[in-house]
Design a protein around this ligand. Structure first.
Ligand code: FES
Ligand code: FES
Length: 175
């Protein structure tokens, strides 16, 4: 099956066996040059969030999305956000708040948090802790837990709010 996808801002053509998941194509590459190793293989049942990527800007568990679903669509992995200032801020905050131990869950968490903060920034609002926890509810961590990643995201959200302080329509997300 031929799949034309915009991967991390580049038009890409994949050859994938029928039934292949988006995770398999992104992670393993096969005949494709993808090899997006930030996309982690965890449960493969849609429960842990280790494989989270953005599909047309929305977080999805790539292990339960058929690769063919990406045909004609845009897929973004952590690799594609390496130079994004918001993602850089999130990564730094996660490290500064000791929110990383083995790091296996971190790419998925970062994608979920990036989506939340980008949406909130566009709306001119700051997510509260509950909204951050909601955003992370599909990302399981066996090591650090959730207090530190939530604190890291809250710190970035506060910094964004400070930048947007003069913007109209500012508020706090009611979640
Ligand atoms: S590997 Fe996809 S949700 Fe766990
Ligand atoms: S830091 Fe190890 S699974 Fe989250």
């Amino acid at each position: 099956m031929k799949i034309d996808v915009r991967l991390n801002g580049r038009d890409t053509a994949w050859e994938a066996p029928a039934g292949a998941t988006l995770l398999a194509v992104l992670r393993d590459g096969g005949p494709n040059p993808a090899r997006m190793i930030s996309v982690k293989r965890g449960c493969e049942t849609g429960d842990c969030g280790a494989c989270t990527v953005l599909l047309d800007g929305q977080p999805v568990n790539s292990c339960v999305v058929a690769a063919g679903r990406a045909h004609g669509h845009e897929v973004t992995t952590l690799e594609g956000l390496a130079a994004d200032p918001l993602m850089i801020s999130l990564q730094k905050a996660l490290v500064d708040h000791a929110g990383v131990q083995c790091g296996y869950c971190s790419p998925g968490m970062l994608i979920s948090l990036y989506h939340l903060l980008r949406e909130c920034r566009a709306a001119g609002v700051r997510p509260d802790d509950h909204a951050i926890r909601e955003a992370l509810s599909g990302n399981l961590c066996r090591c650090t837990g959730y207090v530190k990643p939530v604190a890291a995201a809250a710190a970035v959200a506060a910094a964004l709010e400070a930048v947007q302080a003069a913007a109209p329509g500012k508020g706090t997300v009611a979640s």
